[in-house]
Design a protein around this ligand. Structure first.
Ligand code: ATP
Length: 235
């Protein structure tokens, strides 16, 4: 579904990605793990077209997308839940969800999907008329995820969904990630520092160090890998 072929991405003179290749098949949950500054967020930014790669190729469903603008990429069905949530703080929960569907015009479908989000996250139903900015961190993460799902993405990109959240909320969010994947066959590319959790939910994983992929394997094998255990699982 998504293929990154040897991409190199720069911020001015700083090279953040040094030849990254990643393959994601439809229906998979793939995780990208790595330390601070490894280049994980930059990888997502490159896919979304916000920081396009200088060299290499990105193919989505066989078509090159690395020269497209971010809104064209969204329109193809790639949607990102950004790090730090970035919901609209002054809009209500309901309005935030509506914004997620701005490219759609099937009113009945949108209404049905909003109800589905409220089933997935009952707390959002209770808070439907509350301003997004007044929600707790965990609730904002749930809203950001639901808002992204309102676009009915084929590929969902998630940047550190566990960041700054209490363990219970994190577990809840990861349960939902699994559910979204199995229920609607949404393909998920998950960037996480919490390697333990990410590898438990993912089918396969990639390890990134200093802008390069140093390891890729099934999630089970990565969880059992001695180097991964030492470097990322704190074992
Ligand atoms: P973290 O887990 O801390 O978010 P990361 O793996 O997502 O880290 P990136 O944010 O992709 O890493 O950063 C990769 C490299 O690119 C780092 O060396 C970082 O300092 C650099 N970088 C990121 N954003 C910019 C920017 N806007 N301008 C210049 N350098 C940047």
């Amino acid at each position: 579904m998504l293929k990154l072929k040897n991409i190199e991405t720069f911020y001015g003179n700083i090279q953040a990605l040094k030849g990254v290749s990643i393959d994601i098949s439809e229906g998979e949950i793939i995780t990208l793990i790595g330390a601070n500054g490894a280049g994980k967020t930059t990888t997502l930014m490159s896919i979304c077209g916000i920081v396009p790669p200088r060299t290499g190729e990105i193919l989505f469903l066989g078509e090159p997308i690395h020269q497209l603008t971010p809104n064209k990429i969204v329109a193809l069905g790639i949607c990102q839940v950004p790090e730090g949530r970035r919901i609209f703080p002054y809009l209500t929960v309901l309005e935030n969800l509506d914004m997620g569907a701005f490219l759609r015009n099937d009113k009945a479908g949108i209404k049905k999907d909003i109800e589905h989000m409220f089933e997935l996250f009952p707390i959002l139903a209770e808070r439907r008329n509350q301003a997004g900015g007044t929600l707790s961190g965990g609730e904002q993460q749930m809203l950001a995820l639901s808002r992204a799902l309102m676009a009915r993405p084929r590929l969902l990109l998630m940047d550190e969904p566990s960041l700054g959240l209490a363990p219970l909320v994190v577990r809840q969010i990861f349960e939902i990630i699994r559910k979204i994947n199995t229920e609607s066959n949404t393909t998920i590319f998950l960037v996480e520092q919490n390697a333990n959790l990410a590898l438990k939910v993912a089918h396969r994983g990639y390890v990134m160090e200093n802008g390069r992929i140093t390891l890729s394997d099934s999630a089970d094998r990565l969880l059992a890998n001695e180097d991964v255990k030492r470097a990322y699982l704190g074992l």
